[in-house]
Design a binder for this molecule. Structure first.
Ligand SMILES: Nc1ncnc2c1ncn2[C@@H]1O[C@H](COP(=O)(O)OP(=O)(O)OP(=O)(O)O)[C@@H](O)[C@H]1O
Length: 249
């Protein structure tokens, strides 16, 4: 079995009396794609928030990344170790060009030269299939899918060990979701470990080797994706009528 890259033990996050993430324990193995699904408000984004410290840390629990305890590190220190995330909502700088946006992602690369940053940005844009002749376009003028690609490129620019994507397929058309699926499979085949939160189950079923379903801040089910979507607790709390789509994919 592959080595553990991220080890999450009993993490909890409270907002006042409300427990958004409740005693969650799981690991991420080197080289895998791990999917995370669950109903709205089940704590998926909050889990990403507390793992990366952006914008807040956990209240309890242990987080080890590449063997190092990261629960008390600052967000830039966690990113510099190679744990990098994207956001559910648009996080691009709309008045900057595509290229400038990806350059901003070098914030966690440490002290490197401007020309090294430009090379990294070009390579990251190439990896996500963003055409070179379009890199000077203003981000705000790009399509939803191009902006998603920018967001992924901005995360890739720092050469992460673990890429965490928060609902990358939201707002995409079916052909765009297929293109995103191919991109994630390519990135994973190149050795990148990925955790992806997603409501678009066919995408998760196509890319994830393991699946976690959260409900009300707790892990409801985890393991082989086909087994998880057949789990009666998952069908009842989350999938309902979607269950047949998950099997069909
Ligand atoms: N900063 C915050 N302050 C107070 N409550 C919050 C905060 N962030 C999240 N919550 C609450 O925590 C719960 C979990 O939110 P979270 O965004 O993690 O859910 P989610 O599973 O990502 O949902 P979705 O699928 O809709 O994105 C929700 O009830 C949300 O309202």
């Amino acid at each position: 079995m592959a080595a553990i890259l991220l080890d999450v033990g009993h993490v909890t996050k409270r907002f006042g009396a409300f427990v958004a993430v409740n005693d969650v324990t799981f690991d991420v193995r080197e080289g895998e794609v791990l999917g995370i699904a669950g109903p709205n408000g089940s704590g998926k984004s909050t889990l990403f928030n507390i793992l990366t410290g952006i914008p807040f840390g956990r209240d309890a629990g242990e987080i080890h990344f590449r063997g190092q305890s990261v629960g008390r590190l600052k967000p830039f220190e966690i990113a510099r170790l190679g744990l990098v995330r994207t956001f559910q909502k648009d996080s691009d700088f709309k008045t900057l060009s595509a290229f400038e946006n990806v350059m901003m992602g070098t914030w966690c690369c440490g002290p490197i030269s401007a020309s090294q940053k430009r090379d990294l940005a070009s390579a990251a844009l190439d990896k996500v299939g963003f055409a070179l002749e379009r890199i000077h376009l203003t981000a705000g003028d790009l399509s939803v899918f191009d902006r998603k690609r920018l967001m992924i490129a901005s995360a890739l620019v720092s050469s992460p060990h673990l890429l965490m994507l928060d609902e990358p397929a939201s707002g995409l058309t079916k052909p765009e979701i297929d293109a995103l699926r191919d991109l994630l499979l390519e990135l994973n085949a190149s050795g990148l470990t990925i955790v992806v939160i997603e409501h678009v189950l066919p995408l998760l079923m196509a890319v994830a080797q393991r699946l976690i379903v959260l409900n009300e801040g707790r892990i409801l089910s985890q393991g082989d994706p086909q087994a998880v979507v057949r789990d009666e607790r998952v069908i009842s709390a989350y999938l309902g009528g979607q269950a047949s789509h998950a099997h069909a994919s």
